[in-house]
Design a protein around this ligand. Structure first.
Ligand code: ARG
Ligand code: ASP
Length: 722
């Protein structure tokens, strides 16, 4: 009996320790399926991915390139995050109809709003094409030539792989160049807005609560896919009809409990779980601090203006949120890497790796990998730091500088491709900049410039800076440029852009703002980028061998490919965590917590009156749990950016929630996933339904859905069997 208990304990400890990983849905049979069933899954790998019958993957498209969505009705209704639909909701908003502030609900299909350039992409099939892509590659020694041959093979395979006329082939690499997979995809281009809660629900807690648990955000929005008469992708047309999905997700009303099985299907963007310790050390000690410092300064300036001036708040809200998102993530990531001793953990793994290499007699092939890595990361350090400072200061956070940089690229186009290409690019640029200047405030940006150039001049490696920059007075420089440059407003810019290419370029090269950027960009393009690329290419080749070696030497290890924006599945349990000594976090939050955070009139923590009324009368309908309204929950699913909007699915294949974030203490999961502390955050499906039904009164939407009681059913099933 004791022995059995011990065995059981061992088993529990093991399954817990083993969680994490983002797996390829077509390759779940075997280890993953067993593990999933041990964790409580009741369906099979075939129910998740199948080419022969409809399966879960048919209900999960990529949304707008960077997010995920799921089909939840037989009429092509899809659910994704509020922050994923944000740009589209914003683009329909005007002062009179401010859907961001007030929400939007289509009570009939005719009221749904079309969106320019919004598409969702389904995966039709997943096919291994490694041998085709690597054909004739191994004998090539030079890395540059190797990459060229691979690109040729990819084009050839893409062109010849059999698909239907309306479909596309897309090849992506897995395990850093050791495996290639072709996806046949279908992209639907008529996707209409159906519903969005007000930001005080959909973005509740905003940047203060971002990346944080406990969380109370109803981060969802609804869209509908339209297709042509044959149910195939088509550009927007009045004649289009609601898409009939191969599969849609029923929604569970039974809720979740700690330790319930959960899985998340979606399109995670990028992780770096197999970096050597030298790379992790560089991220933790050099690169993240540099990027954080720049954004910290930019955000402080913007926040100061936004708090004083409502018009600026509106102009900068979305930009601020974009910059703040990864600023905050990097801070959490850096702390998490330190706290989880990621570098030491990697070093230990590297020691074991070296021993394994010797044991396997593979010194010739793999013996020098780690020392080569070490040398490269020393060599690349200054270039990598310079690159991050340039990117953050010039391309990302000072608006005038990033505009000037685009103009700089335009001059390069003239130099390399001539007059015609110059004119085409110029017209595109003018069109895109028109929107940019609407939300551009030179007073704010001048202050940002002043602070960021100061950082650039003093912190970016000196050897790559123009000599005169280190001695500048950034305030004087800022006021000179923002007073005299033609790049500070659209009218002046269009004037500057009139005439033939020679005139334009001559005038440009007289502009103070342009001259300033050009000198620095020239130096960067000549002295930093080529050398960075050269060493980076060596690291890419090393990373490929390192991965190959790990796959070869640890045949039974649980190795998953890094995220690469392709469809993956991750699974685990609903679970709380202990972020620090004497602190325990529960796994679910309730509407009571929304009311606790409520600050009337605050732009992050205001609560709509209707929601307060529903709370006071406890009018939760069938969505309550013991008289309380659930809002969010967390689990051990391994997710990253791009998983936003992903369905959280129960043991039976029903929707239980909507993924949208991770917890603060676990944001290092992209580099060092630690199952004890990494959690993904989901909105409870019942909260979504409650908002649609009770808050918005959109019964039309509720009627389309399939609401189920899997737990009650399984209890009944059990009692019949007993
Ligand atoms: N942190 C989440 C993600 O990386 C949510 C971001 C949107 N919310 C925000 N307050 N910026 O996308
Ligand atoms: N919030 C992220 C997204 O938008 C998800 C994450 O990073 O956990 O994809």
């Amino acid at each position: 009996m004791k022995f059995l208990k011990l065995l059981l304990l061992l088993f529990i400890v093991q399954t817990q320790a083993q969680q994490g990983g983002m797996w390829i849905p077509s390759l779940l049979k075997g280890m993953n399926e067993t593990e999933m069933k041990n964790l409580g899954m009741k369906i099979s790998a075939e129910d998740i991915y199948s080419v022969n019958k409809s399966s879960l993957k048919d209900a999960v498209p990529q949304f707008d390139g960077g997010c995920t969505a799921e089909v939840i009705s037989p009429k092509g209704l899809i659910l994704t995050n509020h922050h994923c639909g944000y740009d589209n909701i914003q683009s329909h908003s005007t002062v009179e109809n401010d859907y961001l502030t007030n929400g939007f609900w289509a009570y009939k299909m005719e009221d749904e709003l079309m969106n320019k350039d919004l598409e969702v992409t389904f995966i039709v099939s997943i096919n291994d094409v490694t041998s085709q892509v690597l054909d004739g590659v191994t004998s090539i020694m030079s890395e540059v030539e190797k990459q060229k041959k691979i690109q040729e093979n990819i084009s050839k395979t893409n062109a010849s792989f059999k698909k239907e006329a309306w479909q596309e082939n897309r090849i992506r690499t897995f395990f850093e160049g050791n495996q290639y997979i072709l996806f046949i995809i279908e992209s639907y281009k008529d996707v209409r807005l159906v519903g969005a809660p007000p930001s005080s629900i959909g973005k509740f807690g905003s940047d203060t609560d971002n990346w944080v648990w406990p969380r109370h955000t109803g981060d969802f929005s609804l869209f509908r896919i339209y297709a042509d008469k044959n149910n195939r992708p088509a550009a927007y047309s009045k004649e289009n009809v609601p898409y009939t999905p191969k599969h849609f997700l029923p929604i569970s009303l039974d809720g979740i409990q700690e330790n319930d099985f959960t899985m998340v299907l979606g399109f995670p963007g990028r992780t770096q779980e197999y970096l050597p310790s030298f790379a992790v050390a560089q991220i933790q000690n050099e690169l993240n601090p540099a990027k954080i410092e720049v954004r910290d300064a930019a955000l402080k300036v913007q926040d100061g203006f936004m708090r004083k001036d409502n018009a600026i708040k509106i102009q900068y809200a979305s930009k601020y949120a974009g910059v703040a998102n990864y600023w905050k993530k990097w801070i959490g990531e850096t702390m998490g890497l330190k706290k989880s001793n990621a570098i030491a953990k990697k070093q230990k793994e590297e020691l074991a790796f070296q021993q394994n290499v010797i044991k396997a007699g593979k010194q010739v092939e793999y013996g020098n990998l780690l020392s080569d890595f070490q040398k490269n990361y020393i060599d690349i350090k200054e270039y990598a730091i310079a690159r991050d400072y340039f990117t953050e200061v010039f391309l990302r956070n000072t608006e005038l500088l990033s505009t000037a940089y685009k103009v700089y690229q335009l001059e390069q186009v003239f130099n390399t491709k001539g007059e015609q290409a110059f004119n085409d690019r110029k017209n595109n640029l003018l069109a895109s900049l028109k929107d940019f200047y609407k939300d551009f405030n030179p007073t704010v940006d001048e202050k940002v410039f002043e602070k960021l150039i100061q950082i650039y001049a003093t912190k970016s490696p000196k050897q790559f800076l123009p000599n005169n920059l280190t001695a500048i007075n950034s305030a004087t420089l800022a006021s000179d440029i923002y007073k005299n440059s033609k790049l500070v407003n659209y009218e002046a810019l269009t004037k500057l852009f009139s005439g033939d290419s020679k005139t334009i370029l001559a005038n440009l090269n007289q502009d103070v703002g342009y001259i300033f950027v050009k000198e620095i960009a020239d130096k960067y393009m000549k002295e930093v980028l080529p050398k960075f690329d050269e060493i980076n290419l060596k690291n890419i080749a090393l990373q490929r061998s390192y991965m190959k070696a790990q796959l070869e030497l640890n045949k039974n290890a649980r190795i998953f490919p890094d995220a690469n924006s392709t469809l993956r599945i991750t699974y685990g349990k609903v679970k709380g965590y202990e972020p620090k000594d004497a602190t325990i976090y529960n796994c679910t939050t309730y509407l009571d917590g929304v009311m606790e955070k409520y600050v009337p009139g605050d732009y992050e923590f205001d609560v709509p009156k209707k929601l307060i009324d529903l709370y006071n009368t406890k009018d939760y309908g069938q969505y309550a749990e013991n008289g309380k309204m659930p809002v969010c929950f967390i689990g051990t699913n391994h997710t990253t950016g791009g998983n936003s909007g992903s369905p959280a699915i129960d043991a039976y294949g029903n929707l239980i929630g909507l993924n949208f974030d991770r917890v603060w203490e676990g944001t290092m999961s992209d580099i060092n996933y630690d199952p004890s502390i990494c959690r993904n955050i989901m909105v409870d499906a019942r909260y979504v339904l409650f908002i649609i039904d009770k808050f918005a009164g959109a019964k039309n939407i509720i009627e389309e859905l399939k609401l189920v009681h899997p737990k009650k059913k399984s209890k009944k099933r059990k009692s019949i069997n007993n």
